[in-house]
Design a protein around this ligand. Structure first.
Ligand code: IPM
Ligand code: MG
Length: 352
């Protein structure tokens, strides 16, 4: 097949991890007889520098026309003045919203060879296989904001329709997996969470009777995620809880540098990006872990292009590279780290 992929390297380590990932996609294309056209655009801090805005109209227009979008990371100290009117992160939020990508899938599957890198005891981690489905275009991230000299507000709002569609995505996924969905909210305090719980319970009862549903409060969920991670299959939650819980969940996998994500909407186009940020402290050194971006490219092949075998081939190759202990600095013992290019090469060499 032929596919048009918009590439948004962004800031910090973004350009390095994206340029390490494109050759992996090229290798897959060559092996399976596909052609991928990559079109690069600016987003985030670099877009502010070059165009005066974090999401230039040309970037959004290209993404809307593309089959899929591969994104690195946005943000950095240069643009993080708390009083700045434009911020790199606004570009990320605006492109998610602009493409209508309401469901953010973040799989967490600790790799046996990397268990030692996790601060959690290995015996709790074996067999952990979770997908967090984070609502991505609503809630407190997108509500009205106010600021005066003496106070500030952020409005958290959810509609029934917004909750229904993301719960359906998560429940559909759970049905294809182990048939268990955990919905996370703060229904003992927040009205939006009480609506979330009611709508979720109804959608599950009426449309997914074969999927078991469990409701959890976010504070106890934060604890259970570390104390009994094997108990979870698919977790669905609102935007900000999902942001926080997935950084926490990345510690199960040993490094933020291993977690991929897919942001999906009603159509085929999706944004695929590592869950980590732009890591300005290590940017430009060529030492960042490219696996999360490479695994995001696998999700791109699966969800936007329907290329399941090709996606699985990349995942198996990353797994084999980890088995061979090709670890970047975030995972390696001191003095034994592979650099970004070496890790990407190790994946290409193992593509079945
Ligand atoms: C993420 C990031 C973003 C978010 C930031 C960079 C705006 O933390 O994708 O998890 O909060 O959604
Ligand atoms: Mg985050």
């Amino acid at each position: 097949m032929h596919a048009n992929i918009v590439v948004l390297p962004g800031d910090g380590i973004g350009p390095e991890i994206v340029s390490a990932t494109l050759p992996v996609l090229e290798a897959v294309a060559a092996r399976y007889g596909h052609t991928f056209a990559f079109q690069e655009h600016d987003i985030g801090g670099i877009a502010i520098d070059r165009h005066g805005e974090p999401l230039p109209a040309a970037t959004l227009a290209a993404a809307q026309k593309a089959d899929a979008v591969l994104l690195g990371a946005v943000g950095g100290p240069k643009w993080s003045d708390p009083n700045a009117k434009v911020r790199p992160e606004q570009g990320l939020l605006a492109i998610r919203k602009g493409l209508g990508l309401f469901a953010n899938l973040r799989p967490v599957r600790p790799h046996p060879a990397a268990l030692g890198a996790s601060p959690i005891k290995s015996e709790l981690l074996a067999g952990v296989d979770i997908v967090v489905v984070r609502e991505l275009t609503g809630g407190i991230y997108f509500g009205d904001k106010t600021r005066s000299a003496t106070d500030a507000t952020d409005l958290c709002r959810y509609s029934v329709a917004e909750i229904e569609r993301v719960v359906r995505s998560a429940a559909t996924l759970a049905r294809q997996r182990r048939g268990h969905l955990t919905s996370v909210d703060k229904a003992n305090v927040l009205e939006t969470s009480r609506l979330w719980r009611d709508v979720t319970a109804r959608v599950m009862r009426e449309e997914f009777p074969e999927v078991t549903i469990e409701h959890q409060l976010v504070d106890s969920m934060a604890m259970h995620l570390l104390s009994k991670p094997r108990a979870y299959d698919v977790i669905v939650t609102e935007n900000m809880f999902g942001d926080i819980l997935t950084d926490e969940a990345s510690m199960l996998a040993g490094s933020l540098g291993l977690l991929a994500s897919a942001s999906l909407g009603a159509g085929k186009v999706g944004i695929y990006e590592p869950i980590h940020g732009s890591a300005p402290d290590i940017a430009g050194k060529g030492i960042a872990n490219p696996y999360a971006t490479i695994l995001s490219a696998a999700m791109l092949l699966r969800h936007s292009l329907g290329l399941e075998a090709e996606a699985a081939a990349i995942e198996a190759a990353v797994s084999a590279a980890l088995d061979a202990k090709v670890f970047t600095a975030d995972l390696a013992a001191p003095g034994q780290a592979a650099n970004t290019a070496q890790a990407a090469q190790a994946v290409i060499a193992r593509l079945g």
